[in-house]
Design a protein around this ligand. Structure first.
Ligand SMILES: [Zn+2]
Length: 178
């Protein structure tokens, strides 16, 4: 689905931050086509506010951290949110040299929608993602299927999960971060 499952297998599962328990800011863990669109959104926003800047505060999120957020009530999802697949990020503004959430949130959200990206409700107002909420289940299934295919091809037990043996094998076959 849009190359996301391949990106997950080859670039996310193999990244040293895959199991990170802290927030990840690395934009290399975002699907390049998604990253491009968010960057264009930011450029458009800055046409209205040349003195402001926007950066991508949290990009990829491990399932361990997702569960921590869930237990704190900070997220409605226990695992496999769109951050986990490299197709969501949370933005933050820089105004007068200070990081803040109080930029023109409404304008940024309208620009994201104009770019064909998906935003959520105001309860998560600075989150943006690559696919509509209605396609999330299909994406999760596509990723599971891709992992199972990889496990079959590599002679591994087919768990359809990114278990330790599968991460090791993927890292050997796709040494992108070595
Ligand atoms: Zn988010």
């Amino acid at each position: 689905m849009l190359g996301i499952e391949d990106f997950f297998l080859k670039s996310i599962m193999t990244n040293p931050d895959f199991l990170s328990t802290g927030p990840v800011h690395n934009v290399n863990l975002l699907l390049p086509a998604f990253f491009d669109k968010v960057q264009k959104s930011i450029l458009l926003y800055k046409q209205s506010y040349p003195a402001q800047d926007i950066f991508m505060l949290e990009t990829y999120r491990s399932n361990t951290l997702q569960e921590i957020y869930f237990n704190r009530g900070a997220s409605k999802l226990k695992k496999d949110g769109m951050h986990h697949f490299g197709i969501a990020c949370d933005c933050m503004f820089v105004i007068d040299g200070q990081r803040t959430f109080k930029g023109d949130v409404e304008l940024l959200r309208r620009i994201h929608e104009f770019m064909g990206l998906t935003i959520l409700g105001m309860w998560d107002s600075l989150h943006v993602q690559y696919i509509p909420v209605g396609e999330q289940q299909a994406l999760r299934a596509a990723v599971t299927g891709r992992i199972a295919t990889f496990q079959k091809e590599s002679g591994l037990p087919v768990t359809s999960e990114p278990d330790g043996a599968t991460i090791t094998e993927a890292t050997n076959q796709f040494p992108r971060w070595a």
